[in-house]
Design a protein around this ligand. Structure first.
Ligand code: FAQ
Length: 325
């Protein structure tokens, strides 16, 4: 594909050639560098959506903090949910280096004009869902995000390195929860299987629409933002989780799941893309609840933002006073 021309940067005629050469040489683009508008827009769109997913993603698991089955499980879950808040902060900061403020991005989320991941619109009905979120949702997130550590935009790539380290710990804690349940009483085992049944298909949808219908993939791949297509990553994920499910002794609810010797990959069943589209339109099981909770949390935090602004203004005034002879 041809990367679109951009006419907005008039300062130095050579910037576009330099940008293209850096992308071709797989060098990192930094905030100080001139960049085409569609590169900036694609990054802001993706990073904002990613940041929103991290903070909305706190809700389904937070639902179980007060009901975790032991003090140890509660402490681990608290730490995980706090990690997700931290990921949101790294990502909003990375997006801010592109000239869009966190306040603007949050407004767009609250108005329903920027998306967050479809996966967080499903309910967490039992404790086993916390295990499955760790195993499958964090597992899908890692599969998608490890290649983003090599993304062409420096601040995003660097944020992803730390996020991926934390996500791989999250995935292991989820796997361990399921491992214990799968070897527990028949009721615990059944609860684990039921959670896997409900989350398997939505976790495959996390990778986005099929390549043929992915609006942004061509641009993102040409600019070195995405390194693998949606379908390639989905396949990688399926290949990873099949042996893990076997190790857990749990079944993935997909009758078409079979090893394909010729392709060297697992074949898997047809995803219900009409469900994905409905969730993106706001009609998933929890869309309304997630956004309402987020807006309420934002409103509840207004006094903190106000206090932080007043404190910053006081400090600036004191610094000015001290500097005045
Ligand atoms: N949900 O053209 P494409 C996590 C939208 S973090 C909702 O293929 P693209 C951590 C897409 O935005 C999970 N919308 O798009 C955690 C676009 O709409 P637009 C989030 C989706 O960007 C774990 C339209 O469909 N991870 O889980 C989804 O090239 C546990 C067309 O799609 C990231 O965001 C979806 N699943 O590829 C937290 C990773 N898929 O913008 C708490 C970074 C697509 O035109 C607990 N993002 N859409 O209105 C990416 O890699 C990409 O953005 C993709 C989508 C792969 C998600």
């Amino acid at each position: 594909m041809t990367i679109t021309e951009d006419t907005q940067h008039t300062g130095d005629g050579g910037w576009r050639e330099r940008f293209d050469a850096m992308i071709a040489a797989d060098e990192r683009i930094e905030p100080r560098d001139d960049m085409p508008d569609d590169y900036r827009d694609t990054l802001v769109r993706q990073i904002a959506q990613h940041a929103h997913s991290e903070i909305i993603g706190m809700q389904p698991e937070a639902n179980w903090i007060t009901r975790a089955p032991s003090l140890k499980r509660k402490a681990v879950l608290l730490a995980k949910v706090q990690d997700e808040a931290g990921h949101g902060l790294y990502l909003y900061s990375a997006a801010e280096t592109l000239g869009t403020s966190r306040a603007e991005m949050l407004d767009l989320l609250h108005e329903g004009r920027q998306k967050y991941s479809s996966i967080f619109n499903y309910p967490t009905l039992t404790w086993a869902d916390v295990g499955v979120i760790g195993w499958l949702v964090d597992g899908a997130a890692i599969t998608n995000q490890v290649p983003l550590c090599r993304c062409s935009y420096g601040p995003y790539a660097r944020a992803m390195v730390r996020i991926c380290k934390e996500e791989s710990f999250h995935q292991r804690q989820g796997f361990e929860i399921l491992h214990v349940l799968a070897r527990g009483t028949p009721a615990q085992r059944e609860m684990a299987q039921d959670a896997v049944n409900r989350w398997y298909w939505p976790s495959l949808m996390m990778f986005g629409p099929p390549d043929a219908e992915s609006a942004h993939s061509d641009t993102s791949m040409a600019y070195g933002i995405k390194r693998f297509s949606n379908d390639e990553l989905r396949q990688k994920f399926v290949d990873m989780i099949v042996p893990q499910a076997e190790a857990l002794g749990l079944t993935l609810p997909d009758a078409d799941l079979v090893w394909n010797e010729r392709r060297g990959h697992y074949d898997f069943g047809e995803i219900d893309w009409s469900e994905f589209k409905q969730v993106l339109k706001g009609n998933g099981p929890c869309n309304r609840q997630r956004l309402e909770r987020r807006r309420a949390a934002h409103a509840d935090g207004a006094w903190v933002r106000e206090a932080a602004r007043a404190h910053a203004a006081n400090r600036a005034a004191r610094t000015r006073e001290e500097a005045t002879p």
